[in-house]
Write a protein that binds this ligand. Structure first.
Ligand SMILES: [Fe+2]
Length: 235
């Protein structure tokens, strides 16, 4: 799975030179990961008050919920393809995508984890991080299109519904593949290259964001929004 995800990561980069560097970097760091035992030093990391969680585990938990909502989104698209008109639910999917997957989750990756990896010698331009950032941007563009459809007046024409279904399926496929690359390639790289103090700083900063969401009641609201969509559109 890891090899396939890495190959996929290399394949999707639109810049040829970046692709090559990405592959070389991934291969080199894969060797480093394989050579270093997982000692669990980051898994037990806590802040001074004992509340900061392992940030990689936290991000992977967020991936779990996002993947559940992606499956729900695909089932929603199937219903629209079959003729259903459920504008309110599309707005809920868009809210989860933009407020949870992007603002809450991608913010921790882009502003904290990826930045720390760059600060610790990992290539931030032309390598795997550049690929991840590019995919975040593609996802934002697709989510914006879904938001525009959700906010449009009146019943959807056949053309609009067809576009909605195509964009929803493209978004789900993109993000599912993206998550696999992060889980299987980029996050293990982060564990391998980040020194303990840097990972500790990442943990504290991620936890600060989560505590801010909790203080405003937004964390629980978004968690429940995702869980509700997954429940309502369960297989
Ligand atoms: Fe992610």
């Amino acid at each position: 799975m890891e090899r396939r995800a890495r190959d996929d990561l290399v394949r999707v980069n639109p810049l040829r030179d970046a692709l090559r560097l990405c592959d070389q970097t991934a291969a080199t760091l894969r060797l480093l990961i394989d050579a270093r035992p997982v000692d669990g030093q980051n898994l037990s990391m806590t802040s001074d008050d004992g509340t900061a969680r392992d940030p990689i585990a936290l991000l992977m938990l967020e991936h779990d919920l996002i993947e559940q909502v992606l499956s729900a989104l695909e089932r929603y698209a199937d219903r629209v393809a079959a003729g259903a008109f459920e504008r309110d639910d599309l707005a809920l999917f868009v809210a989860f995508i933009q407020e949870f997957a992007d603002a809450r989750h991608h913010r921790k990756e882009e502003d904290i984890l990826f930045t720390s990896m760059g600060d610790n010698g990992f290539p931030s331009e032309g390598g795997p991080i550049a690929v991840m950032l590019h995919e975040h941007e593609v996802g934002r563009s697709l989510a914006t299109e879904l938001a525009r459809i959700a906010g449009s007046d009146g019943a959807w024409s056949g053309e609009v519904a067809t576009r909605l279904v195509a964009v929803a399926r493209e978004f789900a496929g993109l993000l599912r593949s993206h998550i696999a690359k992060e889980n299987d390639v980029l996050y293990p790289m982060a564990r391998s290259i980040l020194p303990a103090p840097a990972m500790h700083e990442v943990a504290l900063r991620c936890e600060a964001i989560e505590q801010d969401y909790a203080r405003r009641g937004e964390g629980a609201r978004l968690d429940e929004l995702g869980a509700d969509l997954a429940r309502r559109y369960a297989a």
